[in-house]
Design a protein around this ligand. Sequence first.
Ligand code: ADP
Ligand code: MG
Length: 672
Amino acid sequence: MKWNDPITELKGIGPKSAEAYRRLRIETVGDLLSWFPKKYDTFEPEQPIDSVREGRLVTVLGTFSGTPRVITTGKGMTILTATFRDSTGAILVKWFNAPFLRKQITQAKYVLLRGKVSHDRSALCLMQPEMYSPQRYREMMKTLRPVYGLTAGLSKSAVGKAVAEALRLCEISDPMTPAMRRELGLWNLRDAYEEVHFPKSEETTKDAIRRLAFDEFFRFLVGIRSVKEQTEAIPNRYPAVTHAYADRIIASLSYELTGAQKRCFSEITEDLRGASPMQRLLQGDVGSGKTVIAELALATIVEAGHQGCLMVPTEVLAKQHFAELTRRFEPLGIAVGLLTGSMSAGEKRAARESVASGETRILVGTHALFQQSVEIPDLGLVVVDEQHRFGVEQRAKLTEKGTMPHVLLMSATPIPRTLAMMLYADLDISVLDEMPGDRLRIRTAVVDTSYRPKAWKFLADHVRAGEQCYVICPLIEESDGLEASNVTDYKEMLEEALPDIRIGLLHGRMSASSKNEVMEAFADHQYDILVSTTVIEVGIDVSNATVILIEDAERFGLATLHQLRGRVGRGSKQSYCILVQGSDSDEAHERLTVLQTATDGFAIAEKDLSMRGPGDFFGIRQSGDNVFRIADPIRDAEVLTLAKRTVDGLTPEQYRKAVKLCLADKQENVIY
Ligand code: ADP
Ligand code: MG
């Protein structure tokens, strides 16, 4: 069986499960093998019941006592409740829609329960635990269990079987010679695939990930090197030399540009008149003032007689930018257009026509806008906001169009400089390393869950003062399906506690249009508090929001927390960030307190890196960065360096072969 054969070749995959796989973009056997577990479950030793804490995944050993109860709710859901004890205490246990367990637990002797602890009115409660015999659990403790991001229609066991079958039948040719593997200290490819799906130990799984990460980095680096070479060979068809419009915008601003903004803009103007198209990354912390730089660049390109476009990740942001740009460009007689997915067919047509006729000089839209074909006849500059959602393939696509425009990518992802130089080796980098001076620092506090009532009162006080707040709950890792219910429960709790306050709800499972509606309603102050998952990380700018409360904050990386915190402090009022630590670990506390004093995203990213111990190896991936499937540029920095050195050291002949391999994205007998 070949890497590119359809998965329906595998035993047990019929049209129905093929459809479920397709939703995960898995069509070939190779796709299936490259669908890596999103994490591994490990099985910790049991702990005494009196030591369990809310929010933790725990294992307890004991017996059931009393009679289990089954009740049926109004909505037809059954809830099975039982009491479980050991020599130190007792805990309530709940299962939903599993009445059949009643018999099992009345007969059970000594068992282990493993599940998440949460609060049920006043008592701690173990939710939906898995049940094991002591003997079985001892066996499990020696293993890692892969956890896949499943979708409806696929079960864990079906996936396990399909992957095993694929591993057994599929030819996996290794593009790397044994000599080279030895030199780099890397596993062979087949063993690596086998190990990540069927891990034997933590140690060996790390080795396997190392190999797979190397390949991913290698392909990526070859890809960007080739993109860079191609762009450098293309002449600048959209030269822009004068910047009178930009000067007029600068003169109209209510503030003075920072030194860093001036420097970055002059780097951009140099590029715009250069020999080949601009390929620049503008990196600047949240709130460092990237938008105005984009406006100045767009003004300059329009002045030279060309058109420009601004791509942003979400509709709400597109609308916000559109409003802002219209305000800025109207006085100059420059027409700005908007194109987003939710516009009616007629509106879209009108927007497209206006661009095609040349009347619209600047088009604002979502990234999706680029997937659909819009024709911008004289497109001289593409600005992409929040670059980390914009992969190298999309960049390569722009090059393919032949008439390569200037490209300015803007990112707030604070990655350390050394990493940036590798990951963005194809780009020139400008850094906005200076914050506008008038900002008040966001006051940040780390608290435990007992502080929650006070925190809610704090939110309520700010709401009564006419301000708005965010509450963020993390993704529930056990099952993506629980994500929604988690924020939903939280919203209900808040509504009960603060009945006169308008609360909105936002999470990743909502349709794009409902997400938009909620975000717009919040921006329009129809809600006072927005309870959300991290989907708001990029995409909303409400200067009236002054408090952000983040639950289970220790589950997030510092860099993500910093991004989330950047949702407030965007206006002139004092803003606050409350980090609620859900578990009582001292390390977590120490890590979170970094944010109380640190305000600079770059410093925070470095700190995050240095504080991530080996224990975090299987931790949460940097959120939002979907460029890599298994590699994590921060966690795997060493492998990235290795891959970079390898790519730089390729002979021209090897490099040509590698480009072929990487662009084909196929398994072929190509030696690196
Ligand atoms: P980001 O880099 O996060 O995209 P924005 O461009 O949205 O930041 O800028 C955040 C806010 O700071 C905006 O309200 C903007 O008008 C303001 N701003 C930008 N530059 C300056 C400056 N030099 N002085 C004062 N305020 C500024
Ligand atoms: Mg921005």
